[in-house]
Write a new protein. Structure first.
Lengths: 336, 336
């Protein structure tokens, strides 16, 4: 059956996509699966051009789908009884295990935000925690030995609670945000001593360290615990700090951004998913360089449409093509 | 005689530096010299930590010295009778021809500025144009056939006046600033139709095009005339735009910046100097990628000390080492 014929049936296309994802890492001897915990939300997003309601959102939704292009995901989160069953079907078709997603009575976490004209700043219009208010992540038995962990953006206390239930994970990535730096700093500091890599954006790195130089900020955060730090700079790319190593990546040059929501979460998911799929013996700085690029590739697709719409139909070929574009736009020697 | 012994005599060190510069491009069949026109000034600079008066400054001073590490320079400018003769000796020792520097009665152009605590914003405290007020650049006969031209930052009318006197240059690079975008836009637009590459910083690119996206801004400036556009982003590196090509370079990760003055001019000089020295047949996008990196290397040294002090004692080995660092920090494949 030709691809054209298949593409007429949405379910079959999804199946083919998932199969493609498996192909992508076929040369790996075993899958190093990734546990992802974070928020699952229904978002209402307004940009200067469009507004859409009840979109799938939340840090875990973006991170899990981003990671799923590279590795199987064990998802942890909570949804209410208003949450569409079709999303569970979609996750399953993408190698995302949903055993750890609690479905409880009540409404799903809801967030509503509005972006300014330049899409660089946004205002939260409303937040309704709903079932998220009493959420305590509990890991199913088959999740506890997951070798790689991504603590997507939620309260540091919940992130630590997940780590408490893990059996000696190989590598732990944590994402955070200004809210936790400002309101639960002690919890965040406690978490930092337990993670291998912290992801945060440039303004958050400055706020956390009181340093104007991102280079100093990155080094200073490493002294708080994480061996590695990734600083996201939006349109300016990302920086990665190791002990004696440093990597600077540009951002993909997009002219039309439709919805920046979830770009950071998708970066984190793509980064951690790539790492989980490609680390053999030890986690090296060189594999993390590529993980930063793949995270940036995924994030660049994310913002091309509202919610997860672009990522839902993304193909491995598109990821591979954009990775090549990143290579072309950032290399100045040995151009292949 | 050992290097240590030599370094006790400043003049000998300077001579050795100049000889080193020649070595650097020895594999080129011929030198493609660069004409540099711009301001030559005596600066007073205040940072939150230090203040220094009567330092050599001006766009042409930084640009010419930056370029001189790669190629011989024909300098065009004006100084007053208070300008130190020793600077002429220094220029000569760096392959900078000063036949085109007019020495007239009166005081040299003076600028005084103060940087904010984060060194990212500065305020001009005073400007005294002095001999610069009536400056009209006149090219000596032996300058007119210089193949490469860098119009460092001065009024677009003066930049155009220099082009009027040139005999079919191969490649013309122009630098500009917000002042000319705001006050002499028509002159700038006329100039843009005559140059091959425009250099400006990110805020200037946005101001010029009214676009918030630097990607759109870069493309839009290309439509005004220049086939290539380089956008400097300070701590975030630089972007280079061609017809169907795009290059994104990170900035060198400096922790201690002493004086940002002249970084942009030095970038322009390093860029144009590298280009002049390394273009054989045609100016390709690939050689421009490297020119962006070498420009960034030179600029990263510039800010390590006040005025041109760091550049005065810079060696070819240091440039080569930092170029390798750039390679290490930006490549994610084929790491050599």
């Amino acid at each position: 059956m030709s691809f054209r014929a298949k593409s007429r049936n949405p379910d079959e296309v999804v199946f083919k996509l998932a199969a493609g994802s498996l192909d992508f890492a076929r040369d790996d001897e075993q899958y190093m699966s990734l546990l992802v915990v974070g928020s699952i939300a229904l978002d209402t997003v307004k940009t200067p051009v469009e507004e859409h309601a009840d979109l799938l959102g939340g840090s875990a939704s973006y991170a899990a789908l981003g990671a799923s292009f590279f590795t199987p995901v064990n998802l942890v989160g909570v949804v209410g009884d208003d949450f569409p069953e079709s999303e569970f079907e979609f996750w399953k078709s993408h190698r995302i295990d949903t055993t750890g997603v609690q479905r409880v009575n009540g409404k799903t976490f809801r967030w509503s935000g509005e972006y300014a004209w330049d899409l660089n700043t946004r205002e939260t219009r409303s937040v309704a925690l709903n079932v998220f208010e009493t959420f305590s992540p509990e890991l199913p038995a088959n999740y506890r030995a997951t070798p790689f962990v991504l603590l997507a953006n939620i309260a540091p206390k919940l992130q630590s609670h997940v780590l408490d239930q893990m059996e000696r994970p190989r590598f732990i990535v944590a994402d955070t945000m200004d809210l936790w730096i400002e309101t639960t700093r002690a919890d965040l500091d406690a978490l930092l001593r337990r993670v291998d890599l912290l992801i945060l954006n440039d303004s958050e790195a400055r706020e956390m360290t009181k340093e104007t130089s991102l280079i100093r900020a990155g080094r200073k955060i490493r002294e708080c615990g994480p061996r590695y730090v990734a600083i996201k700079k939006g349109e300016h790319g990302a920086l990665l700090f190791g002990e004696d190593e440093f990597f600077s990546a540009g951002a993909y040059p997009l002219e039309d951004i439709h919805d920046p929501t979830g770009a950071g979460d998708t970066f984190a998911g793509g980064f951690a998913g790539y790492l989980a799929a490609h680390v053999r013996e030890n986690v090296t700085f060189d594999v993390m360089r590529k993980a930063v690029i793949y995270g940036s590739v995924l994030a660049s697709f994310c913002v091309e449409a509202f919610s997860l719409e672009r990522l839902r139909k993304l193909t491995q070929d598109e990821i591979a093509d954009r990775y090549q574009m990143f290579k072309m736009m950032s290399q100045f020697e040995v151009l292949a």
